[in-house]
Design a protein around this ligand. Structure first.
Ligand SMILES: [Cu+2]
Length: 185
């Protein structure tokens, strides 16, 4: 299972590199680190908010020095009936469990707001937000936008809601680091 995931990541990066030709530019990748305190009492993505131009490859990395297992999982009904918080036309991703030393990559091409979470740590507020190009789509709507039309979807937990940086701050700062106390690494 892990071997397959590494192969997928390698394949994704190879495709991205192959597309990085003058006629079909793909912006070089950025890395989001999956972090935790050694005892797992605090968990976070760094950066937690990010603005990117379309067609940027994003790599989530769980460092080899880390002690916990994480995922990067798009808010999308295909991922365990979570509510939709990425653009309708975007392909949802789910890294599966990443042990320390493992990474996952995907390329975001559709403009809009992308909210994602870590499966084991969503309730602890381990979530992140990426704005690709101009903000818009379900991720730019209030957290309860779907309750009347899709009552079977799962709401975003309150701790996770509080952890997302506002879209306006991401547009202003481009890179949003976690709050103080989570910046030690
Ligand atoms: Cu996690």
């Amino acid at each position: 299972m892990m071997l397959g995931r590494r192969s997928f990541v390698a394949g994704t990066l190879a495709v991205a590199a192959g597309l990085a030709l003058p006629s079909r530019a793909v912006t070089a990748g950025v890395t989001i680190r999956m972090m935790s305190t050694p005892d797992g009492s605090a968990v976070w993505f760094n950066p937690v908010g990010l603005w990117l131009p379309p067609a940027t490859t994003v790599v989530w990395r769980n460092g080899a020095e880390q002690a916990n297992t994480h995922t990067t999982t798009a808010y999308h009904p295909a991922n365990g009936r979570h509510s939709l918080r990425i653009p309708e036309a975007a392909i949802p991703w789910d890294s599966g469990y990443l042990l320390p030393g493992h990474s996952f990559a995907t390329t975001l091409t559709v403009e809009g707001v992308y909210d994602y979470f870590c499966r084991p740590h969503e309730m602890a507020g381990m979530v992140g937000r990426i704005v690709v190009g101009r903000p818009g789509g379900p991720g730019a709507r209030p957290f309860d936008w779907f309750t009347a039309t899709h009552p079977d979807w799962l709401p975003v937990p309150l701790a996770a809601q509080r952890a997302f940086p506002p879209v306006e701050r991401i547009l202003r700062d481009k890179v949003v680091r976690p709050d103080s106390g989570r910046q030690v690494r």
